[in-house]
Design a binder for this molecule. Structure first.
Ligand SMILES: Nc1nc2c(ncn2[C@@H]2O[C@H](COP(=O)(O)OP(=O)(O)OP(=O)(O)O)[C@@H](O)[C@H]2O)c(=O)[nH]1
Length: 300
């Protein structure tokens, strides 16, 4: 099975992902009834649909029309989608050849029929694969902030830890918790609080490398995993992040800006650690940062 480039998907919103899934599900259904109709033409000699006999038949079906009108280049240029587009075109062209042979009363060679069915199966496989992958992204992502949720956290960190161990490299964890966040909600409302969380994640993401991981660990608590990172580097990275969060001017309504700060707990996942213990250590370091005045980085 094909794996989709996760980088491409991560820039799509949940709504975009849901829309794509709905469209693909409809495309599957549409092609199923289209296929039944094709068999009626080929076997029971009912009249063929003119559009199915066109060279660009793939542009006329519901999926083809949707795909061609897609405004979003992120989706359209996605590697998996371009594969679907060419499989879809190939399948419709195969159907057109079968229908043309039938129209000219020529016996359809079995290899052409087999090839058509293989192309149809391939298209279905690509549709299914895309739905699975997009659904998984939806299930593993926090809908508010777009950070990963905790579904695969332990499994992913375990994999990262194993990889780093094999290469004798360090892997750092940073627990981040907003300071006095309840006050933000109480004073400016929950919607403003949500904007703060979104701004925080945007700020963190802007500083991550592409192989770093960011999880929403709790309400206003986030966990960052920095693979191949030594403690000193993780500490200075956290310091930069802390300063970046402090400098944020978050627009909560009609040019009403607020500032927030966060407390940071940093630790390394040592070779003989289990992941839960390392997370607890990062959490303890973060609480240490809270106790010693907030808006600071502590290391454990
Ligand atoms: N707006 C919004 N608030 C949330 C969300 N999840 C959790 N919260 C709020 O986060 C606040 C966390 O409050 P506390 O645990 O008391 O922590 P705090 O006020 O940040 O205080 P310290 O952590 O001690 O600095 C609560 O008011 C929760 O309602 C969310 O998704 N959106």
């Amino acid at each position: 099975m094909h794996q989709i480039n996760r980088q491409g998907i991560s820039s799509l919103s949940n709504t975009q992902l849901e829309d794509v899934i709905a469209e693909i599900e409809q495309a599957i259904e549409w092609h199923q009834s289209w296929y039944k109709n094709l068999l009626r033409c080929l076997i029971a000699d009912t009249p063929a649909n003119e559009q199915d006999l066109a060279d660009n038949a793939h542009n006329f079906c519901r999926f083809g029309q949707w795909f061609n009108k897609l405004p979003d280049q992120t989706i359209k240029l996605h590697p998996h989608f371009s594969e679907i587009a060419s499989a879809h075109k190939k399948m419709h062209q195969g159907a057109k050849v079968l229908l043309s042979l039938k129209e000219s009363k020529t016996v359809i060679p079995v290899n052409l029929l087999d090839q058509f069915h293989a192309d149809l199966d391939r298209l279905r496989e690509l549709f299914d694969c895309l739905i699975d992958e997009f659904t998984e992204v939806l299930h593993t992502r926090d809908p508010l902030t777009g950070a990963s949720n905790r579904t695969n956290l332990l499994e992913n960190l375990q994999k990262e830890h194993e990889l780093c161990k094999r290469k004798s490299l360090s892997c750092a964890l940073i627990m981040i918790d907003l300071d006095h966040f309840k006050q933000v909600n109480d004073e400016f409302g929950h919607a403003a609080g949500d904007k703060v969380l979104i701004a925080l994640v945007k700020c963190i993401k802007s500083q991550l490398r592409k192989y770093d991981q960011l999880y929403r660990y709790g309400g206003e608590e986030f966990l960052v995993c920095l693979p191949q990172t030594e403690l000193d580097d993780a500490k200075s990275f956290s310091e930069r992040l802390r300063a970046g969060v402090e400098a944020l001017k978050i627009d909560i309504s009609n040019d009403n800006h607020i500032n927030v700060t966060g407390s940071f707990g940093v630790t390394l996942i040592s070779a003989d650690d289990n992941i839960e213990t390392a997370i607890e250590r990062a959490d303890e370091a973060m609480y240490q940062a809270k106790k010693s005045g907030r808006n600071r980085v502590c290391v454990a």
